[in-house]
Design a protein around this ligand. Sequence first.
Ligand SMILES: [Cu+2]
Length: 155
Amino acid sequence: MTRLLASTALLAIATACSPADAPTPPASDSGPVLSYTDAFVMEPIGARDMTMGGLTLSVEGGDVTLLSASSPSIGTIELHTMAMTDGRMQMRQVEGFDIADGEALELKRGGNHFMMFDVGEDVVSGETIDITLNLDADGEPMTLVVEADVRAVGE
Ligand SMILES: [Cu+2]
């Protein structure tokens, strides 16, 4: 509610101060802005074609939900969380991760992570692969392409 009131007030001021022939500001410049660091994918071990990856994804200017991820180098990417089941840590697939305005989502080993299946042969240590993130921002779809470093176990 506070945000809505604030943007309405700003719009009113902007309208009042603009000369009639001023260029119209973009209507959608108030949406969330995403940034990321530490995007990575672990090189699969041996002959396996599954692995995991992660990143730290931050948002400013609104709440978002990370819904899915895909990559030309990887057949399937699932969103996984770690949860205690009968006293053991187990992976579980989730529908999405909510990220509140000003917060960051951390996907990493031992915590929430990307689970990757049918990993391509180009996913080798030292290479970089593109991962497309699909998000929802208050009903509006958003995408972000991130460059993830492929790391060998132990790096
Ligand atoms: Cu997993």
